[in-house]
Design a protein around this ligand. Structure first.
Ligand code: FAD
Length: 394
């Protein structure tokens, strides 16, 4: 049995930030991190972006610095049981670890299609990145399933590396769930101009592997084969441990403003945490780097005795070929939207409104304005189109 003052389940960006947070307050308390992945903490966003943009960003740059933090890492171990009363967890090798304070930083598991052994690369980890790089050494044709964040980034990354890419997704356009229809239409055409075959409104009927090729047939009869198929279908929060331990869960593990779960010695943070956004006045769960970093660090500090409250509204970002953006709040194409283009679809700001109030801002190729966008949301005032146009620009 191993005892630690602080135990962290998960080894992603949230877990790493939590170790930094603990060490800001407590330099000596024993910390251990248990992670199913075999690697120490690393940044995920470069896996679908900068690592594909030429040779300037080496793979080594993704590893997070753990220098001087003095903590134990148990890698390649999955925690399978949590007993909050005994303050103990058990991993899949039968090891038992006890704690004073526990952090669940278990993130999410990729959604999969209902085809076993389908040969599809469900892209999330550094090992997935390595596999895709290997496939790229010999393969020239790739199918990307999914038109959301990961799908659109990976398609752009592969096409930028001279691969023949077919994108396949059930929605009407790339990013249809979050972008205004005209912008989403533009994106489809933009991807086509870059050589990507964009097949929208497609449902998959079958997937078959023959030798090194994978063949996909869609419901409307299209058939295509590729050397590799990558899917970005989103994630589901890893809440099983929390559920089994009787903690409150919904879409994620419910935390209070100090990031405690329904058990006072157990915290949760990052992609898996369902927190109350003071800015948007609602509970939410987000999958953003900024959230993993800021929330993870705060959870660590609070585990070590601070009482900080999480009133941060995380921003997020994406890169699609030479287009890019930062965004805050709710981005949902079902909301009312006000589009303010400086240069149509190249540079501008999209405001998302609920009941006439701005609840989200997409800063399309508009940089350094996240705080201004947050202030605008915080006004919680009714805004007309005229009031918003010209309100934010860089
Ligand atoms: P995760 O990164 O999911 O880490 C959780 C870890 O816990 C995993 O290593 C998992 O193996 C481990 N684990 C889970 N359950 C157990 C268990 N029972 N026992 C032991 N270990 C366990 N966000 C942005 O804001 N902008 C971007 O541009 C962006 N790009 C991205 C690109 C890619 C390719 C990916 C995959 C994500 C991207 N994100 C981006 C999202 C961002 O990376 C996530 O929000 C962040 O990684 C969440 O960190 P986390 O530590 O909470 O969870």
């Amino acid at each position: 049995m191993k005892h630690h003052k602080y135990l962290i389940i998960g080894g992603g960006m949230t877990a790493d930030s939590a170790v930094h947070g603990i060490r800001k307050i407590d330099q000596d308390g024993a910390i251990a991190m248990i992670c199913e992945e075999l690697h120490p903490p690393y940044d995920r966003p470069p896996l679908s972006k900068s690592l594909w943009q030429g040779k300037e960003t080496p793979l080594e740059s993704i590893w997070r610095s753990t220098h001087g933090l003095n903590f134990a890492m148990h890698l390649g171990k999955k925690v399978i049981a949590l007993d909050p009363e005994k303050k103990a967890v058990t991993d899949d090798a039968g090891n038992i670890y006890t704690y004073e304070k526990l952090l669940l930083a278990t993130g999410g598991a990729v959604r999969r299609l209902p085809y076993p052994d389908d040969g599809i690369l469900y892209f999330r980890t550094v090992d997935d990145y390595r596999k895709l790089r290997e496939l790229c050494e010999h393969g020239s044709d790739f199918i990307v399933i999914g038109g959301g964040f990961i799908g659109s980034e990976i398609a752009a990354a592969l096409a930028s590396n001279d691969k023949q890419v077919t994108m396949l997704f059930p929605e009407k356009n790339i990013g249809a769930r979050i972008y205004p229809p005209a912008l989403a239409d533009f994106l489809d055409n933009y991807y086509r101009e870059k050589g990507v075959t964009v097949l929208s409104s497609q449902a998959i009927k079958s997937i078959q592997t023959t030798g090194a090729k994978i063949t996909i047939v869609t419901e409307n009869g299209s058939e295509m084969s590729a050397d590799g198929v990558v899917a970005g279908l989103g994630i589901q929060p890893n809440i099983d441990l929390a559920k089994q331990a009787g903690l409150m869960v919904d879409n994620g593990i419910i935390v209070d403003e100090m990031l405690r779960t329904s058990h006072p010695d157990i915290y949760a943070a990052g992609d898996v945490a369902n927190f109350y956004s003071i800015l948007l006045e609602k509970r939410m769960r987000v999958e953003h780097e900024d959230n993993a970093n800021v929330m993870g660090e705060m959870a660590g500090r609070n585990m070590a005795g601070q009482s900080d409250v999480y009133h941060h509204q995380p921003f997020f970002y994406s890169d699609l070929f030479d287009l890019g953006y930062e965004a805050v709040g709710e981005l949902d194409a079902n909301l009312d939207m006000v589009e303010d283009w400086k240069e149509p679809f190249r540079k501008g700001v999209i405001y998302y409104l609920r009941d006439g109030r701005v609840c989200g801002v997409l800063l399309w190729n508009t940089w350094g304005q996240v705080d201004v966008a947050l202030d605008l949301i915080a006004e919680k005032a009714k805004h007309t189109d005229e009031m918003l146009k010209g309100r934010i620009s860089d």
